[in-house]
Ligand binder design. Structure first.
Ligand code: ADP
Ligand code: MG
Length: 350
């Protein structure tokens, strides 16, 4: 068993990479980040950063030679790169999981196969597929791969709107029925190498323009939804033989049905409040799981609310002073862009 003083390689240098590196430091684990972005903000938090295009083998080999374990902060790394790395070093969660959840269609099929409900959806390869599935409208047309924060999505009210949109059918899509949402929640779960799991309480999420705006704990939901969401997340983590922290996003419809939205094979924005509300955060638990460290039972200390700071808003937050129960996180991104997550603020309540 590899203990402290090991070196963890993290692929991806955004805010999730930064928070993973910070959690690793606390456990005296060195982090080396591999990123294709010369401005990657995680360079401010890790021990070393290797900047490279993901297809430059020499740099990838350099990364492999320096680390004991590898993990990642985003799921859209080319599968071939993860596969190559995993021939030399342990990669957790294992790359085959990414192959399933990187694609909305294979992800939903996998989820349904486990007896878990999702929204109604159909694979769309061309305009005639779309026209023969108008019964799913109003609905969302989503690219099967590479979408995040609502990117790669079109909302379609009715059949007439299909002709108005200039859809690039070089890509594959799913068409998904629009749900009248009562709530959105997420479950953060960490699974360890010995198959043990730690599950956080459901977190309630509010989205604005398809981007997470606010997360709350406790989530104000029925006990049935609470239990079912945790059970489903556990079942999926077991089925995937998952190692590390994973997030499962759910919709709750107006009839209180729980519908699984998507799986993120990584730490997640809705789990940022675990840094300030639990004895062990989602980030620390991820490091503990992938580096095979001790599992410590979870203890929730506070209720809380987290808000995402998007684009120009960050300027106001950088100049503010904060009270004892407020925790401001600046992701230290050099460029402010519209709709870009720049930081977050967690406010704890006893
Ligand atoms: P992303 O990968 O960009 O997070 P999601 O599929 O999770 O994509 O969609 C982002 C948000 O858009 C969801 O959290 C939800 O608020 C809204 N949304 C997506 N699909 C639906 C749907 N079928 N019905 C209602 N709202 C939806
Ligand atoms: Mg989502």
């Amino acid at each position: 068993m590899v203990k402290k003083n090991s070196v963890l390689g993290i692929i991806g240098g955004g805010q999730l990479g930064s928070m993973l590196a910070t959690a690793a430091k606390k456990l005296k684990i060195k982090t080396i980040i591999l990123s294709d972005d010369p401005k990657a903000p995680a360079k401010n938090f890790c021990d070393e950063i290797i900047i490279t295009n993901y297809n430059r083998l020499k740099k990838i080999d350099d990364f492999i030679s320096k680390v004991n374990f590898v993990t990642f902060e985003f799921e859209n790394i080319p599968f071939s790169v993860l596969e190559y790395i995993s021939k030399h070093k342990k990669v957790y969660p294992k790359p085959s999981i990414n192959q399933i959840v990187q694609n909305r269609f294979t992800e939903k099929k996998f989820v349904n196969k486990q007896g878990i409900k999702t929204t109604s959806y159909k694979l769309i390869k061309n305009k005639s597929d779309l026209l023969s599935n108008v019964s799913l409208l109003p609905g969302f047309l989503k690219t099967c791969t590479l979408g995040y924060d609502g990117k790669g999505q079109y909302f379609l009210n009715n059949k007439n709107e299909i002709n108005e949109l200039n859809i690039d059918f070089k890509k594959e899509y799913i068409l998904e029925k629009k749900i009248n949402l009562k709530k959105e929640i997420s479950i953060i779960i960490t699974r360890f190498l010995n198959n043990d799991c730690l599950i956080y309480e459901p977190i309630e999420n509010l989205h604005v323009d398809q981007i997470l705006n606010k997360s709350l704990t406790p989530a104000i939901i029925d006990k049935t939804n609470f239990d079912q969401a945790q059970l489903q997340a556990k079942l999926l983590a077991d089925k995937l033989d998952y190692v590390g922290t994973m997030c499962v996003e759910y919709f709750i419809d107006e009839n209180n049905n729980l519908l699984l939205n998507e799986i993120a094979p990584r730490v997640h924005n809705s789990g940022h409040l675990t840094i300030n509300t639990y004895n062990i955060s989602q980030f620390e638990n991820h490091i503990r799981a992938v580096c095979d460290l001790e599992k410590i039972e979870l203890k929730k200390n506070y209720s809380a609310e987290m808000i995402n700071i998007i684009g120009q808003e960050i300027k106001n937050y950088r100049n503010k002073s904060y009270s004892k129960n407020e925790f401001f996180f600046d992701y230290l991104k050099t460029e402010i862009k519209e709709k870009r997550k720049m930081g977050h603020l967690t406010t704890i309540k006893s």
